[in-house]
Design a protein around this ligand. Sequence first.
Ligand SMILES: [Zn+2]
Length: 311
Amino acid sequence: MPLLLLEDADTDGHAAPGHPESPARLRAIAAALAADPGLARLPRVAAGPVDRDRLRLVHADAHVARVEAASRGGGAWFDPDTYCAPASFDIALRACGAGTAGVEAVVAGRARAAFALVRPPGHHATATAAMGFCLLNTLAVAVRVAQRELGVGRVAVVDIDVHHGNGTQEIFYDDPSVLYTSLHQLPHYPGTGRAGETGRGRGVGTTLNCPLSPGTGPAGWLAAFEDRVLPAVRGFRPELLAVSAGYDAHAADPLADLRLTTDTYRTIATRLAQVAGETALGRMLWVLEGGYDLAALADSVAATVRVLAAA
Ligand SMILES: [Zn+2]
């Protein structure tokens, strides 16, 4: 099958009043997919909790214990942006479970691509800290499972969220087996992702940051993508392409100032599918990150899914 969707139908328990990272995000996506008969028929798997041992491939035990205790204890705020409700830990475990089930399906050849439509997002979560709406780093856990348990060697990560994925960068910063690339607005939260951040130790050269000025539109974004990110991914010869799929670089998004359109996301998906076909046997794992205008998010995810299902 070309595309497997991994979904969590019940994230209502991860919510805080007025917070933009809300359960309505996944409901809007589900409604957009259900409204298109071609997409409504796509194979789906319900997210189940990740094997706790797999979290240890990325996260310190103390971090996981802290999130679990905060959640079971009735909820807490890790910083002014990042909440944890009583159900949040279980929902974050299911997000990671969706990512790992997706990568298992792709590596086993049961699907060419998998898209984990889950929340909370993950790319700001470091090995030891929750931040930026993120509790556990869903994509990083899936990448490590691919490498440590499924025999995958090199993995390229393309982070298209408008915010720099500081957590993912840090987790893989000294690791030459993972190429981390990101296109993001700078200056903006979290403040990392300057062009000079290129890796550490044996990992020097396997981090590529493309900071973009506020107001950058499709032409400027796609120029960096075509001229810098895609050649780096091709040159890395990954065995798996993992995409941190944030949709908050859309012009309609309330949290940032880039100017992408739904059509840009269609182009991004088309090009990434092509490059994955050239270098990674077509194997792709997409993990939902941000995207806070509900209509733009739902339309852009549907556009992405349409491309991946036809690839
Ligand atoms: Zn974001």
